[in-house]
Design a protein around this ligand. Sequence first.
Ligand code: ASP
Length: 410
Amino acid sequence: MKKNGLLYLMVAGIVLGIFSGWMFGSKMLVVEWIGEMFLDALKMLVVPLIISSMIVGIAGLGDIRKVGKTGLIALGYFMATTCIAVIIGLVMVNIIEPGVAVEMTVEQVPEKVAGKESVGVTDILKSFVSPNLVESMVNMDILPLIVFSLIFGGVLTTLGEPGKRAIDFFDTVNAAVMKIVHLLMYFAPIGVFALIASKLGAAGGGDLFLAELAKIGKYATTVISALLIHGLVVLPTVLYLTTRRNPATYFKNVTGALTTAFSTASSSATLPITIECAEENNRVSRKASLFVLPLGATVNMDGTALYESVAALFIAQMLGIELSFGEQMIVFLTATLAAVGAAGIPEAGLVTMVMVLQSVGLPLEGIGMLLSIDWFLDRCRTTVNVWGDSIGAAVVDTLEEKWVERGGEN
Ligand code: ASP
């Protein structure tokens, strides 16, 4: 099947999923197992893909100085776009003021975040390494796997011929996993349909969803419009200015990854398809996509950062607490960090939000007000997260090339 055909089918899968979940409500739970199977199949590929991608990616970049420069470009892109996202969130929440005149009806700290009060900056730093790599694989704890594979790949490049043989091995592993991803893509339209239909069905169908939305509709509107500004204006502009690529074509080519992100609410589970779309459809160089995308899926979360800043100010507004400019700057910093610390799994942003709220003394009970609609907003922000990663791969690819052209590798 042509790649365009598949992309259209995936969009049709989402639309049909929304329609069926909306109309038939909990009856759609009959297809839940299909969605779970698709999700598990994707997750099954994540660990071998991350390890082989990072090793091949780092080896493809060549010597260690070049790795450092590419790493710097990637980091610069991640930081800049995340900061812009948070600023958009803060501006929008200050203009729309979605929390004013909303009554805070939740009195308890939600179970999901209870006991997470002590999560702080040092915990985020600590999560870069793990005492047990196998356990990290079991828990899909990706950050330590990335760190290990990066170092491992870097060391392999220094070992001469035996190192090269090992790199070739991981290269083949990577190519094989990507072939499986390619096959899995044929099931993706049905998978995304089932995921969306059953999730919306479990949430009670269209009527209940609308009722929940109405309760904090202004808040949802703020989040979604800020995400749209970031996703449809800022990121495409960055793409165009740095690479001169056509943002509309680029967008069309990553539709597969974006629809998967929307239906799985997980950047990590979407990673196999994000890589496939970047390499196959958008022709981003293999070394750039293998290096940038696994990293991006774990640490670059524009949508999550934006969401956390809006949510924190929404809670403050609900409680009638006016946050000063200085306090909003603290929200800016902690939301950026919290997004780096959030894992690429569903609703991880809610947990790291504890850090943001605590930094300015807001009560964690406020998170309870966001829960009913978070499953939906999570999908929206995950889509922007994956879109940001996909653009990052092209930006790093082009800027790195330009650097080399100018002789900057010396
Ligand atoms: N679900 C998001 C992701 O995987 C993280 C979050 O909860 O914001 O990108």
